[in-house]
Design a protein around this ligand. Structure first.
Ligand code: FMN
Length: 440
């Protein structure tokens, strides 16, 4: 079969534009109402998307006065969404920094059963000082240390998910044998950070293991992705940097002895769509008008581990010297690099930079017509900048509705997107093999 695009819906606040929550066309529902997420999931499923995704952080953001986030914890939320939907994949974020392998392996195996094989795990390491404070740490865990722990964590969760052979459950009521103990084995993982005896206290999930998703783009983050990820979220503001990332990561995947087809690269794409380019631009300008400079400055500061940029003039062109070297950043290093590259190439003023980042925090924002957007998507897909996209609608559900009504049919007409679900699991939608597990 020819190569097809994969589309994930990234649900965040009432849309990805920083000011979306105040927009007249944003959802009227409270962000604590599970119906908000369920409605979006049902729309995405009607549009035949591969999956939905919920991000997460382990501390309250400091911009709460002006910017709401997703408040509901992703794993529990997706358990309710699983019961409301039938086909769509469900990707939850969970951090390896502040949980134990046994907890997460168990929760994801549960969710895989609850959803009949539709769960994915966005593996993150936690970088905020505020998160450290919530778990008894006095300081942020360093970038290297976080990834080192995550490696050990992964070995332990693999052991747990594989601790039950696929055919361990007999459920033989007449013979009185529920499970074959010879097909359930201990894990006995002893690593530098985690010791886990195992086995897991439940049968293996329908997918064997959840689909593993990752979104770190730094040098260490890429190597981690090459070893573990089956889908990768990434942020690019230009096609060229997306292509370079795609080439590099697929190369690292091959070095690990894995098939490059089994690691999907999904850059963020935030659509602002209208019937004419002028109208789309007007919508974008209106949204930027609603954005708050103070929130933008706080977020920018967060990207660089708390550096204060408020002394910079709003309307003077920026230079790279106004920013710390991204290599020294302990937070999300790759996003710091994206921002510094943009400053080097385009020399925006601080006000212009904040407006660009307000759109989708350093992801690609597309402002134009559905036809133009399909051109762009096909261009990135054919030129190996993407295997699909992480859709980040600027305003929800408004821009998702437009995307599904106008863009999906155009993609289908070009043979770039499915016309029906032809499988039941997220692994199937993503074209990934199911890891089998059997032992005597
Ligand atoms: C689309 C996308 C979604 C992300 N979602 C989360 C998230 O929910 N929680 C989180 O802590 N980090 C999230 N991240 C951050 C990454 O997981 C990663 O920690 C960050 O990019 C830093 O890694 P790096 O230093 O290797 O780039 C996300 C990144 C991207 C691109």
């Amino acid at each position: 079969m020819s190569r097809r695009l994969h589309l994930n819906l990234f649900i965040q606040s009432r849309g990805h534009h920083e000011a979306s929550w105040r927009h007249a066309k944003a959802s009227p529902l409270a962000l604590t109402d599970p119906a908000y997420i369920e409605d979006l999931a049902l729309k995405a499923e009607a549009g035949l998307l591969d999956s939905i995704f919920l991000a997460d952080a382990l501390a309250l953001w400091d911009d709460v006065a002006h910017a709401p986030h997703n408040w509901l914890e992703p794993i529990t939320t997706l358990a309710t969404v699983a019961r409301a939907t039938r086909h769509i994949g469900l990707i939850a974020t969970a951090s390896t920094t502040y949980s134990e392998p046994f907890n997460l392996a168990r929760q994801f195996a549960s969710l895989d059963h609850i959803s009949s094989g539709r769960v994915g795990w966005n593996i993150v390491t936690s970088w905020s000082v505020a998160a450290a404070g919530n778990f008894g740490d006095t300081a942020q865990v360093s970038h290297e240390e976080r990834y080192a722990r995550a490696e050990d964590f992964m070995e332990a969760v693999y052991g747990l998910w594989d601790s039950w052979s696929d055919d361990a459950v007999l459920d033989d009521r007449r013979g009185g044998l529920y499970a074959d103990p010879a097909k359930i084995r201990p894990v006995n993982h002893v690593g530098p950070h985690y010791q886990v005896s195992g086995p897991l206290n439940m049968p293996r999930g329908p997918q064997g293991r959840p689909v593993l998703v990752q979104a770190g783009s730094s040098e260490v983050g890429r190597r981690f992705a090459a070893r573990h990820a089956e889908a990768v979220f990434t942020a690019h503001m230009q096609k060229e940097t997306a292509q370079a990332f795609y080439r590099d990561l697929k190369g690292l995947v091959v070095e690990q002895g894995r098939s490059p087809r089994h690691v999907l690269i999904l850059p963020g794409l935030s659509p602002i769509l209208a019937d004419t380019e002028e109208e789309a631009r007007r919508i974008s300008d209106d949204l930027n008008e609603l954005a708050d400079v103070e929130v933008g400055l706080k977020r920018l500061s967060g990207r660089f581990g708390g550096v204060d940029f408020s002394h910079l003039a709003l309307d003077k062109p920026l230079s790279v010297d106004d920013f710390p070297d991204p290599e020294t950043v302990q937070a999300a290093r790759s996003r710091a690099e994206t921002i510094v590259t943009l400053v080097r190439n385009e020399k925006p003023t601080l006000r212009q930079l904040l407006a660009k980042l307000a759109g989708a925090r350093g992801h690609f924002t597309f402002v134009g017509t559905p036809e133009q957007m399909v051109e762009m998507m096909e261009d990135w897909f054919r030129d190996r900048a993407a295997d699909g996209f992480n859709l980040m609608p600027s305003v929800l559900p408004w821009m998702l509705d437009v995307f599904i009504a106008e863009v999906i049919p155009l993609l289908q007409r070009r043979g770039l997107f499915r016309t029906a679900y032809d499988g039941a699991t997220l692994r199937h939608h993503f074209g990934l093999p199911r890891p089998t597990c059997s032992f005597g």
